[in-house]
Design a protein. Sequence first.
Length: 186
Amino acid sequence: MLMLLTMVSLGVAAQSADKMYEDGKKLYDAENYKEAFPKLKAAAEKGHKKAQYRLGRCYDKGYGTAENDQLAFQWYEKSAKQGHAKAQYQLGKCYKDGEGVKKDRKRAFELFLQAAKQENADGEYAVGKAYFKGKGIAADKAQAKKWLLRAVKNEKGGDEVLEDLRKDAAEGDEDAKAMLALIGKK
């Protein structure tokens, strides 16, 4: 009987975290960050990985709260440890840029790779770029090409990656021009 009660209470707690997250997500997507923030925070504190990721975004960008790189890092890390690909990518960016944590390109690459292995287009692009530039991993043009192609062909975000690369190239970014040439896209 005790086991049944425990399972029911865990289910209710999870369900309420899911509900808080969904309510918060709707507000977040509508850019109503002030109202979204407390709902996302409550769900994140209950261990909801997607809420933890979005709460990290709130702290990262100052959505509904003061911008705070250390708190953004902490929430991205909690979500990333649960396997959330977007959080793994964002945590990688924190390590790459030294935001909320000491800069560590090797750790950034590891996190980008975790996201990329889950078919996250931003993660795939970051892995390809790291191989291209030799940042966090030894330079390897074959690996760079493989990951950059995966990124631009990704059904979820590949068009954006290609558009951003082309925009950067048009603005004179020599790396972007060279990466486009490497993958046969202009």
